[in-house]
Design a protein around this ligand. Structure first.
Ligand SMILES: Nc1ncnc2c1ncn2[C@@H]1O[C@H](COP(=O)(O)OP(=O)(O)OP(=O)(O)O)[C@@H](O)[C@H]1O
Ligand SMILES: [Mg+2]
Ligand SMILES: [Zn+2]
Length: 290
């Protein structure tokens, strides 16, 4: 099964000059109707800068929510570098196709995953994506996947604010808003602030900021070391008047969990990092479900 097979051929935007010039921030023409996916809360996970831990946060938040009894879909929209399946150890699985509807990969009874990685023949082959193709794939990920009835759809996005964020914001129902992941360094926080201003302009609500890699848990004694500093995310949240969801330490076990394909949150219950992720999840739930 190839990506192309799943991309509906559409000539809709063929003559759209901004698309052919590769501009990504305009609203696509001929927008399809908002998806009828059955979901209570759609949460976008965004960042200004790459590599700050969006995918890690998405995987662990989704796992934590499902561990708390929510029905969760995890949608990997990092079309250029989809790595959620690897982090969950399901990269070799493929969604079944039943009556033209894709069955997401079920990690547990309460956590289902869909990713471009499942559809690409091999993820090391670069694919050139045009804006309208991305839109068609995202639409199919919402409408032609058998998600069932979800409490949450957690959407992992590529860094920055490109086509994917715009498209999902336009197509998804019940968009509660975006969670912004940053690291404590000034440059990362500055990029996060820029990203927040940008998404506010697009009228995507900001659920809150998460500071990831905030202090490091020493692998020897378990104490916290201030590697990149701490508190930049919280300060930015205060200045921007958006909620602060909490901080997650840099923990070598987190890297191991990602590499080994088992979410950290599922196997280190009650460690300081686990408590940090759990607190972030609880704060998010308070905001979203209140
Ligand atoms: N709290 C953490 N402690 C230790 N390592 C972490 C933590 N968060 C993320 N990492 C590691 O940092 C690397 C980058 O994380 P991740 O892929 O989640 O970032 P990203 O923001 O999704 O990146 P991209 O912008 O490329 O999509 C990974 O190797 C991951 O295991
Ligand atoms: Mg990522
Ligand atoms: Zn130590």
């Amino acid at each position: 099964m190839t990506a192309q097979k799943h991309v509906k051929e559409t000539n809709r935007d063929e003559n759209c000059t901004p698309c052919s010039q590769g501009q990504s921030t305009h609203a696509p023409q001929g927008l399809p109707p908002r998806s009828k996916i059955d979901v209570k809360h759609v949460i976008l996970v965004l960042s200004g800068k790459g590599g700050v831990g969006k995918s890690t946060v998405s995987v662990n938040l989704a796992s934590a929510l499902s561990a708390h009894g929510r029905m969760v879909g995890l949608l990997d929209l990092d079309i250029h570098g989809p790595n959620i399946p690897k982090m969950l150890g399901i990269e070799d699985q493929r969604p079944a196709v039943l009556a033209k509807v894709l069955e997401p990969v079920h990690v547990t009874g309460k956590l289902a995953v869909m990713s471009m990685a499942f559809l690409l023949p091999d993820t090391s082959t670069p694919v050139v994506w045009r804006g309208p193709m991305k839109m068609a794939v995202i639409q199919q990920f919402l409408d032609e996947v058998n998600w069932g009835s979800l409490d949450y759809l957690v959407v992992d996005l590529p860094p920055g604010t490109g086509d994917e964020a715009l498209t999902i914001a336009q197509l998804a129902p019940n968009l509660r808003g975006a969670v912004i992941v940053t690291t404590p360094q000034d440059v990362a926080v500055l990029d996060a602030v820029k990203a927040i201003k940008f998404i506010e302009k697009l009228e995507i609500p900001v659920i809150g900021i998460i500071e990831n890699m905030s202090g490091m848990i020493c692998p020897h004694c378990g104490d916290t070391i201030d590697l990149f500093g701490r508190g930049g995310g919280e300060k930015a949240a205060q200045e921007l008047g958006v909620p602060y969801l909490g901080s997650i330490p840099l923990d070598p076990e987190m890297v191991k969990a990602g590499d080994e394909g088992r979410p950290y949150i599922l196997r280190h219950a009650n460690s300081p990092t686990w408590r940090a992720v759990d607190a972030v999840m609880e704060n998010l739930v308070k905001i979203v479900e209140s």
